[in-house]
Design a protein around this ligand. Structure first.
Ligand SMILES: Cc1cc2nc3c(=O)[nH]c(=O)nc-3n(C[C@H](O)[C@H](O)[C@H](O)COP(=O)(O)OP(=O)(O)OC[C@H]3O[C@@H](n4cnc5c(N)ncnc54)[C@H](O)[C@@H]3O)c2cc1C
Length: 509
C-alpha cells in the first residue's frame, strides 16, 4: 500500500478542518488535508430548486438506517468545504450562558469545559475569516463585543415591514449576522438562492471559498480530494495514532503523521473512531468512556410559513432578521426558549420534496405568498441518542431528541406572534434527523475522561496526538447555529498547536 507522510494530517475540509488548517499554515509543519469529496461543480443546477431538492443532486448516495430499521439517504453533503457549501450563512456566537449547565423541563444540559471568554477572541477572528456582516448592540442577549467586521446586510422591504411589526409587538428584532460577500464590489448577485443551495458566485462565506482555497497556495498545505479515511490505526499500546487508512476509488493508501486532527463532521468522525476498533481499543478509538457516537444532537428546528394571500414575497435575501427576546425563556415559562430567524426563501419544489402529494400549483403559490421563519431550540444530550455500526458495517442513526415539549411550547408562542404580526395563517414543519444539518455532540469534550472523549482543547483523553474539531466536540447544542462556534474552537485549537508546535502531542512539528 502506498504511504504518504505529513507533519499534520487533517481529516475533513469543512469549517472545522479548514479553520484549523488556516491556523496551522505557517507553523513550518507540512499539512495534509484528506477530504472524501471533490470541489463542488459550479453549474446552473447549483441554484435550481428542482435539482437540489426534488432530484437530490448533491446529497450523498450512501444509505443510513434509522432506529426502526428503514434505510434512507441522509441529507449529507461531501464536498471540499463540507456542509458550509450549502449552509444558510447565519454566523452566530453562542451566548455566555450556553457554556454553563442548565435544566430544561427537568433534563440537564451540561457545562462546557471552556467558557465564552475562552472563545471570544477566536469568535472575532472567525468572523473576520468568514466575512461576517452584522450590527452589534441590538440583540438583547448579545455579550459585550467589538463591532462586526462588516456592516449588516440591509432588510429588503418585506423583511423591513416584518421587523417594524415585531417592534410594534414590543420585540427587539436585530440584523442577523451573516457571512455573505454583499454590497458594492461584493460577489453576491442577489440570485435568491442561498440557504441550502451552493453559491455560483463564491459570495457565500463558506470554508472552501473563504478559507481553504486561499490556503492551497501555501507551499506547506496539500489537499487530497476523493480521499475517504476508513479508519485510524493506533500503536500496539493503544495510545498514539500512527496512520490513517484512506480509500480512493478502488485503491487504498496510508497516511502517516505524528499528529492527526479529525474533522469529518460529528457523525462521520464518530464513525471513523468506531470503525478503528482494534485489540488495543476494542470499543473504538478515543472511547474508553464509551461516549463516542452517543449524545447525538441536532437542534429542534421548526420552519414556519407566514401566509399572506394577497401579497407576494419577492425578497431575494431574507436572512437579515433574527429575534432573541425568548432566547432565555418565555415570560412565565423559562424552559420554552430559543432563537427565531429568517429562513431562506421556501420555493415550491422544496415543499414538494417533503410533501410529494401536494399539487405543484399549490406548492408554488405557498412559496410565493409566504414569509419563512425558523424557530430553533436546544436539543438535550442523551446517551441513548446515538450513531453506531452494525456488525456488518451498516450505519445506524438512533436519534432521540431531548426537550421536544419545551420546543413545542416555544413554537406555539412564536406562531402566535406571527399571527399577531399580520399573517393570515402560519404553517409549520419540523425538520428531522434525516437531514442532520446541525449534528453535534458525538465526540463530546469534558473535564472528566470517564464521561467525555476530548479535553477542553479537543484533544482525545486516550490519545495524545489526536484532536477532533468538528461539531462532534459540543457537550450541548445551545440554540444558535453551530458553524461559527466550530470555527472559533478550531481556530483556538489550531493556535494552541501552532504555539506549542505540537509539543504536548509529542509531535515532530
Ligand atoms: C442546508 C444547511 C444549512 C445550514 N445553515 C447553517 C447556518 O446558516 N449557520 C450555521 O452556523 N450552520 C448551518 N448549517 C450547519 C453547518 O453547515 C454545519 O454545522 C457545519 O458546516 C459543520 O461543520 P463540520 O466541520 O463540523 O463538518 P462538515 O461540514 O460535515 O465537514 C466534514 C468534512 O469531512 C468530510 N468527510 C466526511 N467523512 C470523511 C472521511 N471518512 N474521510 C475524509 N473526509 C471526510 C466531508 O466531506 C466534509 O467535507 C447548515 C447545514 C446545512 C446542511
Amino acid at each position: 500500500m502506498k504511504t504518504i507522510t505529513a507533519d499534520i494530517a487533517i481529516i475533513g475540509s469543512g469549517v472545522g478542518g479548514s479553520s484549523v488548517a488556516h491556523q496551522l499554515a505557517g507553523s513550518g509543519a507540512k499539512i495534509l488535508i484528506l477530504e472524501r469529496g471533490d470541489f463542488l461543480p459550479n453549474e446552473p443546477q447549483n441554484s435550481d430548486a428542482e435539482a437540489v431538492f426534488v432530484q437530490s443532486r448533491y446529497k450523498t448516495r450512501e444509505e443510513w438506517q434509522d432506529a426502526k430499521g428503514a434505510l434512507y439517504r441522509p441529507g449529507q453533503y461531501y464536498y471540499v468545504g463540507g456542509h458550509t457549501k450549502f449552509y444558510g450563512t447565519a454566523m452566530f456566537r453562542f451566548r455566555p450562558r450556553d457554556f454553563v449547565s442548565t435544566m430544561i423541563d427537568g433534563a440537564a444540559s451540561p457545562s462546557w469545559p471552556i467558557s465564552y471568554d475562552d472563545l471570544a477572541p477566536h469568535y472575532a477572528k472567525a468572523e473576520r475569516l468568514y466575512g461576517v456582516r452584522g450590527h452589534s448592540g441590538l440583540d438583547p442577549t448579545e455579550p459585550p463585543r467589538a463591532g462586526f467586521p462588516h456592516a449588516a446586510i440591509p432588510h429588503e422591504p418585506v423583511i423591513a415591514a416584518l421587523a417594524d411589526r415585531l417592534r410594534g409587538l414590543g420585540l427587539h428584532p436585530f440584523p442577523m449576522p451573516s457571512a455573505v460577500d454583499y454590497g458594492p464590489g461584493g460577489a453576491c448577485q442577489r440570485c435568491g438562492t442561498c440557504d441550502a443551495f451552493a453559491c455560483r458566485y463564491d459570495a457565500k462565506g463558506d470554508a472552501d471559498t473563504r478559507v481553504l482555497r486561499p490556503l492551497l497556495t501555501h507551499p506547506d498545505v496539500r489537499l487530497e480530494r476523493n480521499a475517504e479515511v476508513t479508519r485510524l490505526i493506533v500503536d500496539d499500546r493503544g495510545q498514539r495514532i500512527i496512520a490513517a487508512e484512506v480509500q480512493r476509488g478502488g485503491a487504498m493508501f496510508r497516511v502517516e503523521a505524528p499528529l492527526f486532527v479529525l474533522s469529518a463532521g460529528a457523525i462521520n468522525s464518530a464513525l471513523i473512531l468506531l470503525r478503528s476498533a482494534c485489540e488495543a481499543a476494542p470499543e473504538g478509538l478515543a472511547n474508553r468512556s464509551g461516549v463516542v457516537g452517543r449524545y447525538l444532537m441536532n437542534h429542534h428546528l421548526t420552519g414556519m410559513m407566514g401566509i399572506s394571500p394577497f401579497a407576494t414575497n419577492d425578497t431575494k435575501f431574507p436572512k437579515t432578521l433574527s429575534v432573541n427576546d425568548f432566547y432565555h425563556g418565555l415570560p412565565g415559562d423559562a424552559d420554552a426558549r430559543g432563537n427565531v430567524q429568517m429562513l431562506g426563501n421556501i420555493q415550491g419544489p422544496m415543499i414538494r420534496s417533503t410533501y410529494p402529494a401536494m399539487p405543484r400549483a399549490l406548492a408554488n403559490w405557498l412559496g410565493r405568498h409566504s414569509v419563512d421563519v425558523l424557530a430553533m431550540s436546544e436539543d438535550l444530550p442523551n446517551p441513548d441518542s446515538r450513531v453506531r455500526l452494525t456488525s456488518g458495517g451498516q450505519v445506524v442513526v438512533d436519534y432521540r431528541p431531548g426537550g421536544t415539549a419545551a420546543h413545542d411550547r416555544f413554537v406555539r408562542h412564536v406562531r402566535g406572534i406571527l399571527r399577531r404580526a399580520g399573517f393570515a395563517a402560519v404553517l409549520r414543519h419540523s425538520f428531522g434527523i434525516q437531514a442532520p444539518s446541525h449534528q453535534c455532540g458525538t465526540v463530546r469534550m469534558g473535564n472528566d475522561p470517564a464521561s467525555s472523549a476530548l479535553d477542553g482543547m479537543c484533544r482525545a483523553h486516550d490519545h495524545p496526538n489526536l484532536y477532533v474539531v468538528d461539531a462532534g466536540f459540543f457537550p450541548s447544542s445551545a440554540a444558535l447555529n453551530p458553524a461559527l462556534t466550530i470555527a472559533a474552537q478550531a481556530l483556538r485549537v489550531g493556535a494552541h498547536l501552532h504555539n506549542t508546535r505540537g509539543q504536548d502531542a509529542g509531535a515532530a512539528v
